[in-house]
Design a protein around this ligand. Structure first.
Ligand code: ADP
Ligand code: MG
Length: 290
């Protein structure tokens, strides 16, 4: 007879956000051991993909890959490759090279002022996915401009949740839910339920099992300047934060897809849904625009 499973919940901060993990496990010791390994895995990915940490693999790459090929870890290459492909597919609505523009946004949030035209123009010259080249055979990356900043903030959390779920499975835990901010990945549902119940930011709830759900938009993180709100998602067409009111939600089989498509959909708006759903079969996307 299978052991009775109990519910355990943990919470830590990873990649700058609350990262709760809920599992059903046969014992507390097993739950603790498995979740510790899952959090460790997320920390490793953070060290690879964070743009906040000066010594992350991503930030070293930005310095070392200008004009020359640099080999990177399997994980970083995969996420950069997925991000670059989505950038091509969306004509740059989603773009992992917007880092310099994201930094200008962070500065604007700090100072309450927009960058001047010259600063913005100089930053825009250092952003744009065609400036990033990938060589899958050598697992290498090359950047075409100095001072570029890669940014995986719109895709790495979903990928980290996928990895955490895989680690839990290795410990025999299949009934698990992992959340990193607006990105959620679920394994099998709780023993007594058909699915996990997920509270939604705007109120109400939904359900999720064996899949991922990501929310992205302009309503949570923004800076208001002269009566205009600029969100932390950059509109690559202006170089500034999104000024429209938008909430995008994507359901997919895995977190990396849901996370990146939610961010892409926030930029593209409802008009982008058919294209994204054609490109990514089985993905469901909803967009609310104010
Ligand atoms: P959150 O970080 O709040 O979960 P998202 O998944 O939508 O929300 O990711 C937003 C982050 O993505 C930004 O903080 C930034 O790091 C990065 N980003 C901003 N604009 C873009 C863009 N146009 N394409 C890809 N990534 C972006
Ligand atoms: Mg995202």
């Amino acid at each position: 007879m299978a052991a009775r499973l109990e519910r355990f919940e943990f919470s830590q901060i990873r990649m700058g956000v609350d990262t709760p993990i809920v599992v059903y496990a046969p014992s507390e010791a097993r739950a603790v051991e498995a979740c510790r390994a899952a959090y460790t895995r997320i920390s490793q990915l953070e060290q690879q993909m964070s743009d906040y940490r000066a010594d992350s693999e991503l930030n070293m790459l930005c310095k070392e890959a200008v004009g020359r090929w640099r080999r990177v870890s399997r994980e970083l290459f995969y996420v950069l490759w997925r991000a670059h492909r989505l950038a091509q597919q969306t004509d740059g609505a989603f773009d992992p090279t917007v880092g310099v523009l994201v930094r200008l946004w962070r500065e604007a949030r700090r100072t309450g002022r927009l960058p001047d035209a010259q600063t913005l123009q100089a930053a825009r010259a250092r952003a744009g996915y065609p400036l990033m080249e990938l060589c899958p055979r050598r697992r290498a990356v090359r950047l075409k401009a100095a001072g570029m900043q890669l940014d995986l903030g719109g895709i790495a959390k979903g990928y980290a949740c996928d990895n955490a779920l895989r680690v839990l499975r290795r410990y025999g835990i299949t009934r698990a839910l992992i959340q990193m901010g607006g990105d959620i990945v679920a394994g099998e549902p709780p023993p007594d339920a058909p699915a996990w119940r997920i509270a939604l930011a705007e109120g109400g709830e939904t359900t999720l099992a064996r899949g991922a759900l990501s929310t992205s938009g302009s309503t949570e993180q923004f800076v208001e300047i002269d009566g205009i709100r600029y969100a932390h998602i950059v509109d690559p067409r202006t170089g500034l934060g999104l000024t429209k009111l938008v909430l995008a939600r994507a359901r997919a089989r895995d977190g990396i897809t849901a996370d990146s498509l939610a961010t892409a959909a926030a930029v593209m708006g409802a008009a982008g849904i058919p294209r994204l759903q054609r490109l990514y079969k089985g993905v469901q996307i909803e967009v609310w625009e104010g």
